[in-house]
Write a protein that binds this ligand. Structure first.
Ligand code: GLN
Length: 455
């Protein structure tokens, strides 16, 4: 109830939630009270959670931040939704996001941008700005996001919260509305590393309903967070990527906090090692071909027949005209841009030159990671090149928006895992800086050990 009160008090200014399910949340809380009294409750029973509006829910709309799905209610719960319910966690509501998770500022939502609680003239990052802002403004203690190219880590960095992109396949995609299926990954967001680990264990694990789900147990992330909290990183080798050029590519205040973070990691006993990942410089180009290609295919299902909005359905127009008018009215400019880029990149005659080349770059990036992880246990970088930017600042310049993702994209292309956690405030802007930790596939526990030690 305290969280629902806080939402009523502050979300008019923040716009973190697209839908609040007060009655359902209170019902779930009462059921959790009962399971606690009976001694059958798990560790998160009764702890409220905010859910990014890209996971299906039977008792609330799922809009993906798009007009094309306005009012759509799914006939089934996503696996993540189901696991939250099974854990006894009241779902407070569905959080705002860039339309179909495409964006880095939450300004591509059809329902207005989310504002950064640290400075409401700034963006909380994207696409999961709603979940991160809900945490930073104490509207929810835990939240769920998705990270296709950084949409959990980047908002975490800009709002001073913790966000983890699990290893690809570590959290089920069943009922997660697809953006780019080979990259999408649901994951946990919290205000501390241990909170985030508890949520990670609650939502992770094999799901026979997702053919790309890993057939393996969730790495022991809670145990790793507890171990890390002892503050001893002796024997841990931490890599810094030479090609992430911070002298020209990052805001001075971000660079300063990152260097301070390296010093702190050394004080905790870690060894800092420089590594070279020459193909990372091509990650943004490859990502922004692969992602639109998958988007152009995945979003074909919004055809005015199967879901949500239908325009010009008056008996006068053909099915094709209804489809075109609906997609024109229902999708925003960034989604249209990516559908067009993706359709072009996949078309006959261009496929090898664009999509084919991008896939080869993807392999080269994975090899760079492999070579680096022969030498180190984890890699670190700033999560973003600057602190939160102003609302409206990049929205008319898609390329500068895309370039903001340069530190988060490589590990999505490789299917690896990563975390962003608070690394203090940048002295030049006074806004939060995120430290990104990256680890090999199925070594998510390393993120939590190093993160909890650093925290
Ligand atoms: N900012 C990236 C994009 O626009 C990442 C989005 C995401 O992770 N969903 O595609």
């Amino acid at each position: 109830r305290a969280h629902l009160d806080r939402i009523a008090e502050i979300d008019g200014d923040i716009n973190a939630f697209l839908h609040v399910g007060a009655e359902q949340a209170l019902d779930a809380a009462r059921a959790a009270d009962k399971s606690i009294a009976e001694g059958t409750a798990g560790p998160l029973a009764g702890v409220p959670v905010a859910l990014k509006d890209v996971f299906t829910t039977t008792d609330a709309p799922t809009t993906c931040g798009s007009k094309i799905l306005e009012g759509y209610i799914s006939p089934y719960d996503s696996t993540v939704t189901k696991k939250l319910r099974e854990a006894g966690m009241p779902i407070l509501g569905k959080t705002n996001m860039d339309e179909f998770a495409m964006g880095s500022s939450t300004e591509n939502s059809a329902y207005g941008p989310t504002r950064n609680p640290h400075d409401t003239t700034k963006t909380p990052g994207g696409s999961g700005g709603g979940s991160a802002a809900a945490l930073a403004s104490f509207q929810a203690p835990l939240a769920i996001g998705t990270d296709t190219g950084g949409s959990i880590r980047q908002p975490a960095a800009l709002t001073g919260t913790v966000g983890v992109k699990p290893t690809y396949g570590g959290v089920s995609r069943y009922g997660l509305v697809a953006c780019a299926s080979s990259l999408d990954q649901g994951g946990p967001c919290g205000r501390t590393v241990l909170d985030t680990a508890l949520l990670h264990e609650a939502i992770g694990g094999h799901d026979p309903r997702d053919s790309t789900s890993l057939d393996a147990a969730v790495p022991g992330v809670v145990a790793a967070a507890r171990e890390g909290a002892r503050g001893d990183l002796a024997g841990v080798r931490i890599g810094v990527v030479d090609e992430f050029d911070l002298s020209t590519g990052a805001q001075p205040g971000v660079r300063e906090q990152f260097n301070a973070a390296l010093t702190r990691l050394e004080e905790l006993g870690a060894e800092i090692v420089n590594v070279s990942c020459p193909n990372f410089q091509h990650a943004t180009s490859a990502y922004y071909l692969i992602l639109p290609s998958e988007v152009s295919s995945n979003l074909a299902r919004f055809d005015a027949m199967r879901y949500g909005l239908r325009v010009d359905d008056d008996g006068e127009h053909s099915a094709e005209q209804v489809m075109a008018a609906t997609r024109d009215a229902g999708f925003g400019p960034e989604v249209k841009r990516r559908i067009i880029i993706g359709t072009y990149a996949l078309s006959a005659g261009y496929y090898d030159a664009y999509y084919g080349s991008a896939q080869k770059v993807r392999t080269l990036i994975a090899r760079d990671f492999d070579a680096a992880y022969d030498k180190v246990d984890v890699l670190v970088s700033p999560a973003t090149p600057s602190t939160a930017f102003g609302l409206g600042e990049k929205i008319d310049d898609p390329l500068s928006m895309y370039l903001f993702d340069l530190f988060t994209l490589p590990l999505n292309l490789a299917g690896h895992c990563g975390m962003s956690l608070p690394a203090g405030l940048a002295p030049d802007t006074g806004l939060p800086v995120g430290l990104q930790i990256m680890a090999p596939p199925q070594a998510d526990d390393r993120l939590y050990k190093v993160g909890a030690a650093f925290e």
